[in-house]
Structure formats: structure tokens, C-alpha cells
Write a new protein. Structure first.
Length: 375
């Protein structure tokens, strides 16, 4: 008999500390004299000495703890505040024991099962949605690849006829100038400028198509950056003369050669200088600077344009996005030059950034790391 009682006490003690039920020993006023480990863990508090009311979440505002404590036959549903901040519901039984009250709280098994089924259904629905999402993503990826392939093919096929139109229009303007009246020369100028813009657009499409298809390969060779800068300035020289803009160059001491794709870096510099000329007021100047140190090479170009509003800076490197900064000569833009330039610089392990002040102009910088310099 004594052994049975010992076993009963041990069993009760084990269940009290390990079973997922709330166990409280309360005074007649509802003060917690003892609480099991589950209750303390659930609420995140030691609880002993507190009043049970302190951990009850009363949604109605009419809960009477004393009334339910005095009715052992009742099994009220009580919401307990937890450490997570979300209340959890328990069915409570109150039983007077000597001069204390034993309070046991059990979870609502039906509610748990209902929640389990709802979670299972939601999980199944989520899995279905994820499968559908993967399917749609695969379709979109295929469509994007087809789009890039189409753009590349279309741009490539357009390049030759556009080039021929440019060549013949220039030939007519030079060789047949004496035979043409002013209106006819204007027509040829329009044809030539429109086709030149179309050729730029086609070239940019080919570059973007290669970038998005992952075919943006670099042909690295040891070159002097000042040589590339000089070639780029030759390409932009006529554009600057037409607007009466002086290209003020400060090259610094960049005598060492470094490994880079010369044609792509020239393309990047040409894009930036051309863009600066287009945004600069006629009769002013564009500042171009090149600086080298032991760690890197930094290029910058500053225009004398209207500047870019801070909220529009994020548009600069997005395809086909344009800022409110107007070009001073009415030049057209493909909306792809800055994106391509950034891809070129980043492919070389460099970085590009922009500093702009409204009314004062914009400066674009890029920096290439020193790695690959000839020793």
C-alpha cells in the first residue's frame, strides 16, 4: 500500500512536470502558490506569487475568476497569455484541496485537430501554388530566352540594311550636293540622322541581348587606359564641336597598362562622354578626368546640364527609363546606354556611381581595380 502511494506520487510528479497541461496550486484569493514547468515555459514567467488573473486574457471583460473557482463542476474555457504574445485557450478544472485550490488546464483537443487540419490544407494549397509558380517561372524563362533570341536575330538582320542606308545617304550628301535643293538636302539629313539613331538602337539591343543571355564575354588584353580615352574622344570630338563644347581633359599619371577589354571600355567611356555632351549647354565645357593610384583607376565625366532630381537617380541604370533631365540639343536616346555601361564596368570587377546637383550638372564616375596591371 505504501509502495503504491509512493508510485502514485512519483507518477503524479512526473505528469505534473512533463505533461502538456497547466497545473496550478492557488490560494482562495487566486494567488499562485505553485505552478508546473509547462505553465512557466508557456507564459515565460516564474508565476509563483502572482495572481492567476494576471495571466488571463479576458476578451469579454466579464470573466469572474472567483465564481469559476467556487464551482468545481464547471469547465470554463480560459485564454492564457503566452510568451509569444498570442493567447492560448485551455479548458480549466478547479478542485478544492485542503485550504488551496488545484487548477488544471487542458488544451482543446477538438480545436487542436481543427487547426491541424486547417494547417494541413493550407500546406497542401501552398505546395500546389509553389508547383504552379515553378511552372510559370519556367515558362517565363523560356519566353525571355526566346525574346532575347528574337531581339538578337532581328537586330543583327537590321544592322546591315541600316548601315547601307547611312552609307548611301552620306554619299548623296557629299557627291550630289550641287544637284540637290535645300528641301532635298533636308530629307537626306533626316534619313541619315534617323538611321544613325536606329543603328545605335540596334547595337544597344545586341549588347543587351548578349548580356541577358549570359554571353557578355570579355576579351582581356594589356592596354593603356589613356590610349582608350584618346580613341573615345576622337569619336566624340565632332559631336562636341557642333555644340561649341570644349572637352577639358585631365588624364593624370596613368602610364601603366592594365588587363581589360579595350573595345568595351572604349564603348563605356564613349557612352558617358557622349551622354555628357548631349546634356551640356552649348558653348560651355565637359570635364573629363582620369586618375590612377596603387589600388585602382578612376574615370569621371562632368556635364553642365540641368542635373537629375534625387528621386529619379534610380532610373539611370534601368532599361528604357529616362529622367526629366532634358538633352540640350534635342538628341534622341535609346535608354540603354547607362545599363550597358554599368554591365561593362561590373564585368571588369569595377563599380559605377553618379553624383548630381539640380542646376549644376551631373558627374558620372567609374572605378576599375588595379588587379591585372602590368608589373
Amino acid at each position: 500500500m505504501v509502495e503504491d502511494r509512493i508510485i502514485d506520487r512519483e507518477t503524479f510528479g512526473y505528469l505534473k512536470e512533463h505533461a502538456p497541461v497547466l497545473f496550478f496550486v492557488l490560494s482562495e484569493e487566486g494567488r499562485i502558490v505553485d505552478a508546473n514547468a509547462y505553465a512557466c515555459s508557456l507564459t515565460g514567467r516564474s508565476l509563483v506569487g502572482e495572481n492567476l488573473r494576471n495571466i488571463i486574457v479576458d476578451f469579454s471583460g466579464r470573466f469572474d475568476l472567483k465564481a469559476v473557482m467556487g464551482e468545481p463542476s464547471l469547465e470554463p474555457l480560459i485564454h492564457i497569455g503566452t510568451a509569444s504574445g498570442l493567447p492560448q485557450s485551455f479548458y480549466f478544472t478547479f478542485k478544492p484541496v485542503s485550504d488551496h485550490i488545484l487548477a488544471l488546464g487542458r488544451l482543446d483537443a477538438e480545436e487542436i485537430e481543427k487547426t491541424r487540419k486547417e494547417v494541413s490544407a493550407l500546406n497542401q494549397e501552398l505546395n500546389n501554388l509553389m508547383r504552379e509558380l515553378h511552372k510559370k517561372n519556367a515558362q517565363l524563362k523560356r519566353l525571355d530566352e526566346e525574346k532575347n533570341q528574337f531581339l538578337g536575330m532581328a537586330a543583327h538582320d537590321l544592322r546591315k540594311p541600316i548601315g547601307l542606308i547611312i552609307t548611301y545617304s552620306e554619299f548623296l550628301m557629299e557627291e550630289a550636293a550641287d544637284l540637290l535643293d535645300g528641301e532635298q538636302k533636308g530629307f537626306l539629313n533626316t534619313i541619315n540622322s534617323s538611321c544613325t539613331f536606329m543603328k545605335r538602337l540596334v547595337d544597344d539591343f545586341l549588347d543587351v541581348s548578349a548580356i541577358e543571355a549570359g554571353r557578355f564575354d570579355l576579351e582581356l588584353q594589356l592596354v593603356n587606359i589613356t590610349t582608350i580615352l584618346e580613341e573615345s574622344l576622337k569619336l566624340n570630338h565632332l559631336q562636341a564641336i557642333k555644340k561649341g563644347i570644349v572637352l577639358q581633359v585631365q588624364a593624370g599619371e596613368c602610364t601603366q597598362r592594365m588587363a581589360m577589354d579595350a573595345s568595351k571600355i572604349e564603348q563605356a567611356i564613349t557612352n558617358l562622354v557622349s551622354n555628357a555632351i548631349e546634356h551640356t549647354q552649348p558653348g560651355t565645357k565637359v570635364n573629363i578626368a582620369l586618375a590612377c593610384d596603387q589600388q585602382s583607376m578612376t574615370f569621371s565625366v562632368r556635364d553642365r546640364g540641368p542635373g537629375i532630381p534625387p528621386e529619379e537617380m534610380k532610373k539611370l541604370f534601368k532599361p528604357f527609363e529616362k529622367t526629366s533631365a532634358k538633352k540640350t540639343g534635342g538628341e534622341k536616346s535609346t535608354g540603354l546606354g547607362m545599363l550597358i555601361t554599368r554591365k561593362i564596368i561590373e564585368a571588369h570587377g569595377g563599380e559605377i556611381w553618379v553624383d548630381s546637383t539640380l542646376g549644376s550638372g551631373t558627374t558620372v564616375y567609374f572605378r576599375l581595380p588595379r588587379k591585372g596591371w602590368e608589373q
